[in-house]
Design a protein around this ligand. Structure first.
Ligand code: F6R
Length: 587
């Protein structure tokens, strides 16, 4: 949430920073801003709305500056306005600061700073940080940043630019990565911001600071001492972070599931078996995630129950504090997260680590905070996911959990075979004709106010996930239910022509879910069946491969495509839904 980029080098800093912001826009798109430092002055430009195709501001286009910081915002404190957009300035106008995170104690700090005559120009919590830095500037910018950050509560990443041409960044809970170009350096919240310039990176750890001098120098914020770090060469391809011939990232990423399932299946088998043994012998295993990843965790619980006859717990990360008293050093936690940066999950991990719980994460972003704080991890190998709406990471996470469940049952080979067959079937399924069939359905549905989704067994959590997909992209009220629950209340919502998607896998729950479909059809619902076989109850049938226990993977894909086309037909941006942002680094 919120994207930061800083640049120092031989290029046109404002233009490079603006380009970086465009590539970070998925992290927040309420407003944006750039600050440059040249001729001992800070120049600043802010704008409400998306970066989109913005051009470099006229005032910055003249003599190119060599240093810049920029920010794209997802508002937390203070409305969406120019004054609340970052970067923020201190009273002297000689220090600019951009921030990702929340200053939990900002009210107390603001009161204190106001009593010291600091003048505030915004309602943002961030502004306190720049005034704190100002307070300590007589100690030099590095010390000032160190002291300012030590007073902050909550998770933050900041970057500071001074009129003297200094750039210092600090990490306390939110991600920052340094990029090493050719005589040019970058600091950003995420690698795609500078990937077109360099793939040599250095990850900042918590409570570390970096100062862009002749070259980047790193410091511990605890001791102030310089530290040595290792440059990592990452193998991400620039094209992976571009739309290519697709209109939107979302449809590109949905279609990439032709490949990503193979890649997800390609796990170290010995590690799968070892982790499965740890699950089998653990005194409680918790699958923990948020949003879509939370629904993946819930599906994981069903995978383990059905395939391995093993009870594992799933928990929404923000609710994890309720389970803390059950944790022991024999407990295992499996956090599931695309970004590896989600604050609620990181908090749950912290709480678990305090009780010596072993942490084995399922991640998509290499080098992420979660990877660094986990005892071990699996990469789900979905590749860069830029659309805010998660798709290919979801099915990759489901794939790894499916493998783990089979490994836990002592049948890894069977699980692997199933997954490879499923990957091959998805490859065949994702063709233009299939997409068009679903687009036609979207034409029937895009003006509806409500869509319901039902599933049973392994597909109950997928009904919940399907509702998230439709809500996010189309803003249609969508709600998922366990098929058996309808008659206990929600069936009252069904009336003439109410769309109801029925996830009907070829498993032991099939007859019952078809009965549930009949019950809603009898009350006038328009039934969309997602199933390997057609059925007389379906008004519209979307065929999916018969994938056995991998049915959650194949069943969610048509809903992803539907969600995409609903957004397009409604004239909405499927990549950047309102009010959302990728990588939710605030609690
Ligand atoms: C929905 C979606 C979100 C994320 C959630 C967790 O499409 O993407 O619900 O799943 O914010 O994010 P990660 O997986 O990065 O922890």
């Amino acid at each position: 949430m919120c994207g930061i980029i800083a640049y120092k080098g031989k290029g046109n800093a404002a233009s490079i920073a603006l380009d970086g912001l465009k590539r970070l826009e998925y992290r927040g798109y309420d407003s944006w801003g750039i600050a440059i430092s040249s001729d001992s002055r800070i120049g600043i430009y802010k704008h409400v709305g998306r970066v989109g195709n913005a051009e470099i501001p006229a005032a910055m286009a003249g003599k190119p500056a060599r240093l810049a910081i920029a920010h794209t915002r997802w508002a937390t404190h203070g409305g969406i306005s120019e004054k609340n957009a970052h970067p923020h300035l201190d009273c002297s106008g000689k220090i600019a600061l951009a921030h990702n995170g929340i200053v939990e104690n900002y009210q107390e700090l603001k009161k204190r700073l106001q009593s010291q005559n600091h003048k505030f120009a915004s309602e943002s919590d961030t502004e306190v940080i720049v005034h704190l830095v100002e307070n300590y500037m007589n100690l030099g910018v590095k010390k000032a940043v160190q002291k300012a950050v030590s007073e902050l509560k909550g998770r933050s990443a900041i970057v500071v630019l001074t009129s003297n041409g200094e750039i210092v960044a600090a990490r306390k809970g939110s991600p920052l990565i340094v990029g090493y170009g050719d005589d040019e350096y970058f600091i950003a919240s995420d690698i795609p911001a500078f990937l077109q310039h360099t793939s040599r990176v250095m990850y900042l750890d918590d409570n570390e600071m970096v100062s862009l001098e002749q070259e980047p120098r790193f410091y511990s914020m605890a001791t102030g001492k310089e530290i040595r770090k290792r440059i990592v060469q990452i193998d991400w391809k620039v094209e992976a972070a571009e739309k290519g011939s697709y209109r939107h990232f979302l449809i590109k990423e949905i279609m990439e599931q032709k490949d990503t399932l193979w890649r997800a299946a390609n796990q170290d088998e010995q590690k799968l078996v070892k982790v499965a043994e740890q699950i089998n012998s653990a005194y409680g295993t918790f699958l923990v995630g948020c949003g879509t990843a939370g629904k993946v965790c819930m599906t994981g619980e069903y995978f383990f129950a059905k395939i391995a006859k093993k009870h594992v717990n799933y928990c929404v990360a923000s609710e994890f504090p309720n389970y803390i008293s059950f944790l022991t050093p024999k407990t295992l936690m499996i956090p599931v997260s695309q970004s590896g940066e989600t604050a609620d999950v990181l908090e749950a991990i912290n709480a678990a680590k305090k009780r010596k719980v072993r942490i084995i994460s399922l991640l998509n972003v290499f080098g992420s905070t979660m990877m660094r704080v986990s005892d071990d991890f699996f990469m789900v190998n979905a590749g860069i996911e830029k659309a805010v709406v998660s798709t290919k990471a979801t099915t990759a996470q489901l794939s790894v959990l499916l493998l783990l469940a089979y490994a836990s049952a002592g049948n890894l080979n069977e699980g692997k075979r199933l997954l490879l067959d499923t990957a091959s079937a998805v490859n065949d399924m994702l063709n233009p004709r299939y997409e068009e069939h679903i687009r036609k359905l979207a034409e029937k549905l895009y003006e509806k106010e409500h869509i319901y989704i039902i599933g049973r067994s392994l597909n109950y959590p997928i009904a919940l996930e399907a509702s998230i997909k439709i809500q996010e992209t189309s803003y249609i009220h969508a709600e998922g239910f366990a098929g058996g629950e309808l008659k206990h209340g929600p069936i009252a919502l069904i009336s003439h022509d109410t769309p109801c998607i029925v996830l009907a896998a070829n498993d032991e729950s099939k007859d019952e879910i078809i009965s549930n479909a009949m019950e809603v059809k009898a009350r006038g619902a328009y039934i969309i069946g997602i199933a390997p076989d057609n059925n007389e109850v379906f008004d519209y049938w979307i065929k999916v491969p018969d994938a056995g226990n991998a049915s959650p993977i194949v069943n969610i894909i048509p809903v992803q495509i539907l969600a995409y086309h609903l957004a397009v037909l409604k004239g909405l941006d499927p990549d950047m839904p309102r009010n959302l942002a990728k990588s939710v680094t605030v609690k």
